[in-house]
Design a protein around this ligand. Structure first.
Ligand SMILES: Cc1cc2nc3c(=O)[nH]c(=O)nc-3n(C[C@H](O)[C@H](O)[C@H](O)COP(=O)(O)OP(=O)(O)OC[C@H]3O[C@@H](n4cnc5c(N)ncnc54)[C@H](O)[C@@H]3O)c2cc1C
Length: 393
């Protein structure tokens, strides 16, 4: 099938199964069951895991097909939110580090929408310095016992599995005693408590582990080599966040803003037109950068710190647009009129993007050290055994 035929197939399926972006569909949200059914439909239509190997449920196609899909999908509301983390981060990490059994067991159900995954790195003692985490796993006769607490875990309240980074050897320096486990989040020792934010949603959770038993074959990669697995997962996270499909339905994106501006007769105002032109230009630059990174990743070229540049751009953009639209729409943003509500909610959610997936400061540090070649952080605790460090609780 040529790329054009694939694009036509994707478009036909989306026209039948997804709502196009238009004013009437703004603000509608799908239930978890609807999301699962949609993901299953995508997979059955050959539109999920487009570039992934066939033996693990993927389609075995190339970047051209992925980009063609992204292009047509941007015009539709796709209720795939619950799968973004699993398919964006744990799944590619499993493809890179997992055993054959793990790949065959876990990737197809994720692609089919049957199982949802979370990523559990951050802890109350700090998220930027992930390697200082305190949740531990100790060896028992038939596997490991996990105890501790994670926080900010997106989607844990509806997830089935988590990729959980824990400390397995506190006598080693902080980066060297970590291990990544696959944990069944329905285990009776796992408690998930949703955290409600300013928008009224509960996008993330606290997750507590009390004597959670995991078998030996739940280790992703090698015991005490979890840092390498975590670094890979964070790299996938940056690329996923920074290069995600920018749907027309994004309330802070150009298309949605143009509709709001037109509805208010502001489209003739030269200042508004200049702002919209700037938004369109930045959006287009980010889309092109995403396309390049996708193509290079597929060709096996290292994305490295450019994933941080994409993530930073994706986090700065909504904050920047938030300021601009407040100048255009002013008080009307607070009135919660139906067409303004999605925009108001996106403005409230924008600062979260500057923290999620590694804060803007951390991305800037990475770019400074690895792209600009500036001196590295001193890392005074880097070689000290973890159990000799003074820890914040
Ligand atoms: C919407 C959202 C979703 C999230 N989802 C998940 C998830 O699913 N799984 C998960 O594990 N985590 C998740 N997180 C957590 C996120 O990864 C952390 O919040 C983030 O890494 C920062 O950690 P922290 O909040 O502990 O802040 P801290 O690490 O305590 O940092 C506090 C401040 O200090 C700055 N800072 C820290 N260190 C440095 C430094 N070396 N140089 C310069 N500045 C520094 C930071 O930029 C920040 O402004 C999510 C967060 C958000 C907001």
């Amino acid at each position: 099938m040529s790329t054009d035929e694939f694009r036509a197939k994707a478009l036909a399926w989306l026209q039948q199964n997804a709502k196009p972006f238009d004013e009437n569909s703004q603000g509608s949200s799908a239930t978890l069951e609807e999301s699962k059914a949609f993901q299953k439909g995508l997979w059955e239509a050959g539109l999920a895991g487009i570039t992934w190997p066939k033996e693990y449920g993927g389609q075995g196609l190339g970047t051209a097909e992925q980009l063609a899909f992204n292009e047509v999908a941007a015009d539709f509301r796709m209720p795939v939110g619950p799968f973004v983390i699993g398919l964006g981060m744990p799944a590619p990490t499993l493809l890179e580090f997992g055993t054959e059994e793990q790949k065959k067991r876990y990737i197809p159900p994720m692609l089919r929408g049957d199982e949802i995954w979370s990523q559990l790195f951050s802890e109350p003692s700090g998220g930027s310095d992930v390697a200082s985490l305190q949740t531990s796993a100790v060896r028992v006769e038939d596997g490991w016992l996990i105890n501790g607490q994670k926080v900010w875990t997106s989607g844990a309240q509806f997830s089935d599995y988590g990729a959980v980074l824990v400390r397995t050897d506190p006598t080693r320096p902080k980066h060297q005693g970590l291990t990544m486990f696959i944990v069944d989040l329905h285990h009776p020792g796992v408690t998930v408590r949703p955290l409600v934010v300013a928008t009224g949603d509960a996008p993330f959770n606290e997750v507590f582990f009390d004597d959670v038993h995991v078998p030996e074959d739940a280790v992703i990669g090698e015991v005490n080599n979890g840092w390498a697995v975590a670094v890979a997962m964070l790299r996938y996270e940056r690329v996923t966040i920074g290069t995600g499909v920018r749907a027309r339905a994004n309330p802070l994106g150009y298309d949605a803003l143009v509709e709001l501006v037109r509805a208010r007769g502001l489209d003739g105002d030269p200042t508004v037109r200049r702002v919209l032109a700037q938004v369109a230009a930045r959006e287009s630059a980010m889309r092109s950068y995403s396309a390049v990174l996708h193509q290079e990743a597929k060709a096996g070229l290292p994305i490295g710190a450019r994933g941080s540049a994409a993530k930073l751009a994706g986090a700065v953009f909504p904050l920047w647009v938030s300021d601009l639209v407040q100048e255009i729409f002013g008080e009307e943003l607070a009135l919660q009129t139906p067409d303004m509500l999605p925009l108001a909610r996106s403005i409230l959610a924008a600062p979260g993007g500057a923290t999620a997936g590694g804060s803007n400061e951390i991305q800037r540090n990475i770019i400074a050290e690895r792209v600009l070649g500036l001196p590295k952080d001193a890392g005074v605790d880097k070689n000290v055994p973890f159990n000799q460090l003074k820890l914040s609780k």
